[in-house]
Every structure is written in structure tokens, then in C-alpha cells.
Design a protein around this ligand. Sequence first.
Ligand SMILES: Cc1ncc(COP(=O)(O)O)c(C=O)c1O
Length: 425
Amino acid sequence: MRKITSKSRDIIDRDNKVVCSLTRSYDLVVDRAEGSTIYDVEGNSYIDFAASVAVMNIGYNCKKVREAVSSQLEKMVHCGFSDFYAEIPVRLAEKLCEMTGYDKVFLSNSGTEAVEAAMKLAFWYTRRSSMIAFYRSFHGRTLGALSLSSSKLRHKEHFPSLRVEHSHYAYCYRCPLNLEYPGCGVACVKDIERTIFERELSPKDTAAIAVEPIQGEGGFIVPPPEFHKELRKICDENGVLLIADEIQAGGFRTGKFMAMENFGVRADIVCMSKSIGGGIPLGATLSSEELMSWQPGTHANTFGGNLLAAAGGLATLEFMESSKLGEKAIEKGNYIMKRLNEFKDDYPLIGDVRGIGLMIGAELVEKNKAPAAEKREMVINKALNGGLILLPAGDSVIRFVPPLIISRNEIDKGLEIFEEALKGV
Ligand SMILES: Cc1ncc(COP(=O)(O)O)c(C=O)c1O
């Protein structure tokens, strides 16, 4: 059982005085980390099943990345990459192109910036003014990305001004159309043509459809195989671009470097961030040469191509490939899914287990299938006290997104703590 003293409480109190607007529900004050284990300032250790929100795919304190960043730190931390040339960001962009098959990259510092660049590119290329995204989607918090994200509460508070219509994602466990897969014929995606294009927004005004391959923040929702294919078809038939937001699902978490590869679909523009920096802020927007034909200065930033981020990103991608993290994600993911499905048979609190590779969600439900949000908080808190970090997603989902390098022992120990927490609730 973890111990929390005034050491943690003092930092939390000071934090509350000067830091604003972050949703911290857990009194964990981190100190250091190694592999898949985080240590807090009290000396407690935790197995991390959250990878700092799907960022630390390569695990904490990866030697190769540490060495690459340290050696760049000795030479030069930053140059104005929008004014001068430097080799290391070029190597990073080349590597990203090689791994994805796209031709051009715009480098930035975060997911929301990668999305913002994708939106600007789509508006600029098509000269169309509006977009389509999905209910429960999350694409970031700048005003453009927020327009795409579906939280109406955030919309009411911040007036994002871009026109984005939201459509139904294939949330088969709670079908928004009350249908059943496969009999439904993925009617949800067809609603874009039947309803949105018919009544709300002309395809002639639609620059792009933005989609997460698997919805992350919305609740780890895995669409059926036809969903993205149908979406691609709708885009092609209407001259609309497809933007894949790979920010959470990408980076080999689902076995493939880009999660869209699992669905055999290629987007026109791809947004990546989180795991590709190995913990250092890094965003990337990728596309074809034809689409990314922005005139110089059409879009730019100060820190894109930052030398430390580029060195860290390049070493991260090389490490991901050389250690075959994609294969590991599938093998370990299948194991965790199997165990979670066994738990589902034993504990009615688990209503659904879904995922690909190491992007797995377990949806907690009441007896009547209503989302068990409070019980989810209890499970997460109990797990934390037992030495396991879990994070929520959606209304009542717990996400299982450990570093892809996690060992079988750590998985077993983590699942044991999770089961204890379930029993306790
Ligand atoms: C799918 C997706 N897109 C965009 C973002 C925003 O990324 P950032 O928080 O780096 O701005 C996130 C963050 O969780 C995400 O999961």
C-alpha cells in the first residue's frame, strides 16, 4: 500500500496555487521513471498502464534516446529552423516519410498543432470552408482543433468559430442508431451522405473529414473493419480530403506505425505526435507532395524542427523499429485482451473489452449497462493505491496503454492489482 506524506501534499498545495486548468484527480507526485515503472517523491513505485497518455511507447529513460538527446544538447539546443537549415530535423522528416510513405512533413510541438496544420492545409488546398468530424472525437484544444473535437461543453465556453458538422462514429457497443453490426451495414458512416450532405453541409463546402482510427479520449472505440473504408469512399466520391488523427493510436501502439494501416485505408493528411517524440514535445503533419504544396511562409512556427526534439524523435523512431515494438504491441496486447476478457466473465462490472494491440479499453457498466463512472474512479484509485497507474477515457472506460516494452511480469503484476481493485469495488 502506498504512503503519501506532507512531501507530496506540499507540492500539490503549491501546484494548486500557481498552476491552472489541469484535471488532476490523483495525488501522485512523480519523481523519476525507468522502463514501465514510475517512482513518486515518496519512494512508492507504480507499474504504468497509461504510458503518460500513450506517449511513452518506448518506455521511460530509454538509453538510446537519452544518448541522442544528450549528444545534441552538447552541440546546440535550438536553431530557427524556419530561417536556417539543419540536418537533424531533415533526417527526422526523411525517417517519417520512409516509415509512412508520405512525401512531406510539417514539424511542430504537439498534437493539437499537428491537427491545426492539417486543417489549414485542407482548407488551403480545397478552398472549401467546412469540415466533418465525429461525436466523441478529440483532436486537441486550440480553437481549430477544438472545433473538430465534439465536446459541446467546450464549444459553449469557447466559441470555436470554424464550421464543423459532427457525425456518428461506429460505437457498436452503444450504437448511436440502435442497430447491430454487421446487419447495420455500417449505417453510421453512411449517415454522412444521407443526412449531413443532404441537409446540413454541401460536400462542395466540405474540405475534409477528420477521424481517429480508434477513438481515444472518447472511450477507446474500435470501429468495425468497413468503417474507414466507407469513409474513404465517401471522401473520394465527393472530392473531400481524409485526415487521420494518429496522435494517440499511432507509433506502433496498434502493431502498425499508423493505426489506419489496420483498416487498409490511406488518409490524405496524417497527424502524429505523442509517442513519436519519446517524451519530448513533437508533432508532425504528413501528406503528399501535391497536397503539401504550401508556398514558403504559408504556415510556420518557432519551435518546429527544434534540434533536441528532432534528435529525440529520430532516435525514438529508430528504437521503435529496431526493437520491433509493433510486433511486441500485438503479442502483449493479445495477452492483455485475453486476460481482460476472462475478467469480464467473472466481473459483471466489465461490460466490454476492445482494442487492437496495446490500445485497449475496458468499459465499466452498471447492471443495466449504464456507464459506471463512479465505480471506474473507485477502481482507478484502488489500483493506484496498489501500485498501478490507470487512466480513464470516455464515460466509463479504463484504458490499458502501457509502454510497448513492458515485460510479461509487469503485465501480470499490473493485472493482478487491477483484479484486486475490481474485487474491492
Ligand atoms: C487523438 C488526439 N488528437 C489530438 C490530441 C491533442 O494532442 P496534444 O494534447 O498534444 O495537443 C490528443 C491528445 O490526447 C489526442 O488523443
